[in-house]
Write a protein that binds this ligand. Structure first.
Ligand code: DAT
Ligand code: MG
Length: 136
């Protein structure tokens, strides 16, 4: 059974020149790309995407950061794609993320942790629709 997940190479990842590295790891893992685009998020889309964090103290900074430059949004597909990419990404806090993961290898600060990946089938459905409504 195949599933889809929404992945972002966040603005810090694009700035650091890590798009190729992230795409390589996704493809090497065997996940299939089904949509991919470089874009800069509007505040509305950013606040919608991170809606679950609206009440958190870091929400304002998070929205500033994610709208602060171009990012790469993509949808990847494969068996257990959601969990597979979360494993490639590593823990949210890059200091705790295992070496060998994207966050473990390329980030140091929690607010600038290179990538996003949907965390459940429900968020994947919501996020894929938000970023790529044409995928249905
Ligand atoms: P994840 O991105 O691993 O799904 P999350 O959904 O808990 O993590 O949080 C979304 C993003 O918000 C996270 O990638 C970075 C930022 N963030 C989370 N906790 C934070 C904190 N304590 N301080 C600053 N930014 C934080
Ligand atoms: Mg999350």
């Amino acid at each position: 059974m195949s599933e889809r997940t929404l992945i972002l190479v966040k603005p810090d990842g694009v700035r650091k020149g890590l798009v190729g590295e992230v795409l390589s790891r996704i493809e090497n893992k065997g996940l299939k790309l089904v949509a991919l685009e470089l874009r800069t998020l509007t505040r509305d889309v950013a606040e919608d995407h991170y809606g679950e964090h609206r009440e958190r103290p870091f929400f304002g900074e998070l929205v500033e950061f994610i709208t602060g430059g171009p990012l790469v949004a993509l949808v990847a597909e494969g068996p257990r794609a959601i969990e597979a990419f979360r494993a490639l990404a590593g823990a949210t806090d890059p200091v705790k993320a295992a070496p060998g993961t994207l966050r473990g290898d390329f980030a140091l600060e929690i607010g600038e942790n290179i990538v996003h990946g949907s965390d459940s089938p429900e968020s994947a459905a919501r996020e894929v629709k938000l970023f790529f409504p044409e995928l249905g």
